[in-house]
Write a protein that binds this ligand. Structure first.
Ligand code: CP
Ligand code: NVA
Length: 307
């Protein structure tokens, strides 16, 4: 049965740990394994802009001995004349894996249901699971163990990052808090799924509207843009609503004194985070960005082994 990675809870706790362990090894020895030697091709498709995801997959596939084929949807038939499932049926005849950054989660599900090669979600409106593997790897590098740590995500709880934080941290057995304005809370079904996973792994899930309460004594503070791709028309309203959720020195001071700060980037300094925090000593954003490459390589190796 082909395994796909469309959302964070597609992995069990032990599978997530195995991938993070492998990522740690591959970070030490970048060219240790070449499962894509041939080279086999991996299609990496973008409906939305990207710097980190594009580069980390291109470099990662090449490190594994493969050939990345970067496709911009605007110059392909996908999304215009052709469905995700027909596209998948064609691609699987030629490539070993499909990586796709898109809008709706439903398109990814259709793509995965229609193909025999693994499909990886490189960001949808609902989830950003590859980013969370990198974030968990980063937190683990700086804190040793994930289980039992408390993480607060502040900002748009209904966004891909807010929802992936809920699911991925629940899988890892962490205590995850999401602090957002009442109109931007995570989807009820995602919260219920995260809750169910957390009850198995020893983690917990708590939603807050008060940012001060949400960061009290936590190990990790995370935020993301208030204006995700596709939400540009709502920019003014969002900036007006999210002001109290800015991660600044005052808010950071309420977390543990050595709390880590993460942001998936790109960042809007002065909006969701102040420059002194994102560029300050508690910030691990550059490790986090680098870890996209290592985490995704481990994910690809693992998915190929499941076939
Ligand atoms: N964090 C992230 O996914 O960055 P890009 O949009 O540059 O890929
Ligand atoms: N939430 C952001 C993440 C960017 C990597 C967005 O979707 O634009």
């Amino acid at each position: 049965m082909t395994r796909h990675f469309l959302r964070d809870d597609d992995l069990t706790q032990s599978e997530q740990t195995a991938i993070l362990d492998l990522a740690e090894q591959l970070k030490k020895d970048r060219y240790a394994t070449k499962p894509l030697a041939g080279p086999q091709t991996v299609a990496v498709i973008f409906d939305k802009s990207s710097t980190r995801t594009r580069v980390s997959f291109a470099v990662g596939v090449a490190d594994l001995g493969g050939s990345p084929l970067i496709i911009s949807t605007a110059s392909s038939q996908l999304g215009g004349k052709e469905t995700p499932s027909d596209t998948a049926r064609v691609l699987e005849r030629m490539v070993s894996m499909i990586v796709w950054r898109t809008y709706g989660q439903a398109g990814l599900e259709e793509m995965a249901a229609g193909t025999t090669v693994p499909v990886i979600n490189a960001l949808s409106d609902d989830f950003h699971p590859c980013q969370l593997l990198a974030d968990l790897l980063t937190i683990r590098e700086h804190r040793g163990e994930l289980k039992g740590l408390t993480v607060t995500f502040l900002g748009d709880g209904r966004s891909n990052m807010g929802q992936s934080y809920l699911l991925a941290c629940a899988v890892a057995g962490m205590h995850v808090r999401v602090a957002s304005p009442a109109d931007y809370t995570p989807d009820d079904a995602v919260v219920a799924d995260a809750d169910a996973v957390a009850s198995e792994t020893g983690g917990s899930v708590t939603l807050y509207t008060d940012p001060v309460e949400a960061v009290a004594g936590v190990d990790v503070v995370v935020t993301d843009t208030w204006v995700s791709m596709g939400k540009e028309d709502e920019k003014a309203a969002r900036i007006a609503t999210f002001g109290a959720y800015q991660v600044n020195a005052e808010l950071m001071a309420l977390a543990k004194p050595d709390a880590l700060f993460l942001h998936c980037l790109p960042a809007d300094r002065g909006f969701e985070v102040s420059a002194d925090v994102i560029d300050g000593p508690q910030s691990v954003i550059w490790d986090e960005a680098e870890n996209r490459q290592h985490a995704q390589k481990a994910l690809m190796v693992w998915l190929l082994e499941q076939d």
